[in-house]
Design a protein around this ligand. Structure first.
Ligand code: GDP
Ligand code: GDP
Length: 435
């Protein structure tokens, strides 16, 4: 499980600046997916050997709530979602009433709170941080989002507060989540899937978030964990009904899943938000299955399924590897095939191919489609080796990585897909210069 860090603070202290600094390249990767615009509220960060999830609570606006209410709700989100909270203030304005309002909410939490004083751009300003002791969160850490200074010191403290064992996972269990807009039928699907299978009652008291996941074994004996998402666990807090919060929860669930079921509503077709979360799952390298629910509601003829499938392929071009199933939580049509399909995708995303076999594929590929010439220079592809699973990741050694364009990468990926069963999983190619 990824440890989670939330940034809180009143508007304008520099939350999104710090968020972008820490999340770095990972955000822009997501934005490269066609048709995906990304809210900058959730991303993955890395420091030393630690990976973590990062939330900018300031990006989650709570409808038209008044200012104070907004920042209080955002602080509550941090308390609910995070393992470690970074409370951000600004040295340029000093301690404000709004900072004190945020502090009052954070006092109620037993989560570690780290006080970071932003906009400490020069040595004089770094001297001014001591006023912030009055907020009652111990020693303030001076940082500057615009200069990028102090972030290393801040992150050292952040990772020292991660709960123990936060990044351990149980390898025998296949973890999956159902993601989709409200009302597509996620809860109904959860119940339909569980109805057919043996639910394992967790004997852990509900202290860890993990315990919220529902575990079950399928008929074939495979153990699954179904990950809780917004819309399934309804606790009745105000912010839980906001769209950005739902998107953030969906992203968190995706990060914790091996396989993501993107649920669409057959009655409504595809919406922008569907693309957003599917794009995130793709970039995160998760297995993906597209589930079209409420299939019972359509009047069908010979073309209906094919037409729907064509429409999906058109809208989600980068998900050409994802299987599509048409189901009904109401009539239970094809529900019993879901666990097996999830398992199959999990097998595929965990598949390892020997280098010798890969190189036969590479030889064949180069024979079918000679490597391109780019401004008089020919790409040379020497060999290929698999370096990771989930998703399967291949390093391709070439004469010059610049020459391995997207289209030839795509061609190599297709050759891999034609030779091995990688249904449901993204594949990554990393070009490297042969030494
Ligand atoms: P948020 O509302 O808390 O997310 O704040 P933003 O990240 O949008 O930043 C608010 C303003 O402060 C922007 O104009 C930033 O350029 C500026 N800012 C952010 N970090 C720093 C910093 O370290 N030093 C200075 N001088 N300005 C900063
Ligand atoms: P969620 O918000 O995505 O969890 O959606 P729900 O599971 O709460 O379902 C929303 C509504 O759609 C409810 O009224 C369900 O009874 C209905 N629904 C869910 N699945 C199906 C289905 O397969 N067929 C039909 N006709 N209705 C469904």
């Amino acid at each position: 499980m990824l440890p989670t860090v939330a940034i809180v603070g009143r508007p304008n202290v520099g939350k999104s600046t710090i968020f972008n600094r820490i999340a770095g390249d990972r955000i822009s990767i997501v934005e490269d997916v066609p048709g995906v615009t990304r809210d900058r509220i959730y991303a993955r960060g890395e420091w030393l050997t630690h990976e973590f999830a990062l939330i900018d609570t300031g990006g989650i606006d709570i409808g038209d709530a008044p200012f104070v209410k907004q920042i209080q709700e955002q602080a509550e989100i941090a308390i609910d979602e995070a393992d470690v909270i970074v409370f951000l203030v600004s040295v340029q304005e000093g301690v404000t009433d709004a900072d004190e309002k945020v502090a009052q909410i954070l006092y109620r939490s037993d989560k570690p709170v780290i006080l970071a004083v932003n906009k400490a751009d020069n040595p004089e300003q770094r001297q001014d941080i001591y006023d912030f002791y009055s907020l009652g969160f111990g020693e303030p850490i001076p940082i500057s989002g615009s200069q990028g200074t102090g972030l290393g010191d801040l992150l050292d403290v952040v990772i020292s507060k991660f709960p123990e064992g936060a990044d351990e996972t149980d390898d025998d269990v296949v973890r999956f989540s159902l993601i989709g807009r409200p009302n597509v039928g996620k809860s109904s699907l959860v119940n339909a899937i569980l109805g057919d299978n043996r639910v394992i009652v967790s004997d852990i008291e509900g202290t860890t978030r993990d315990a919220i996941d529902t575990r079950f074994t399928s008929e074939s004996g495979q153990e699954f964990a179904m990950i809780d998402t917004a819309g399934i666990r309804k606790r009745g807090k105000v912010y839980e009904n906001t769209e950005k919060y739902a998107v953030m929860r969906a992203m968190r669930a995706i990060d914790r899943s091996d396989v993501v079921l993107t649920v669409l509503n057959a009655e409504e077709g595809i919406r922008e938000q569907d693309k957003k979360v599917a794009g995130y799952a793709h970039e995160a390298g998760r297995g993906i299955i597209i589930v079209v629910n409420k299939w019972d509601t359509l009047k069908k003829d010979d073309h209906t399924m094919r037409d729907f499938e064509n429409q999906i392929r058109q809208e989600f071009q980068y998900l050409d590897y994802a299987p599509i199933i048409f189901v009904s939580a109401l009539t239970k049509q094809r529900i019993q095939t879901i666990p097996d399909l999830v398992n199959k995708v999990h097998v595929n995303q965990s598949r390892r191919i020997q280098s010798s076999v890969l190189n036969d594929v590479l030889l064949d590929a180069v024979a079918v489609a000679p490597t391109p010439n780019v401004r008089g220079r020919r790409l040379r592809v020497y060999y290929m080796t698999q370096v990771a699973i989930k998703p399967p990741t291949f390093i391709v050694f070439v004469n010059d990585p610049e020459l391995l364009h997207f289209s030839y990468q795509r061609f190599l990926i297709n050759q891999l897909r034609n030779t091995f069963d990688f249904t449901g999983t993204p594949i990554r190619i990393i070009p490297r210069k042969r030494q």
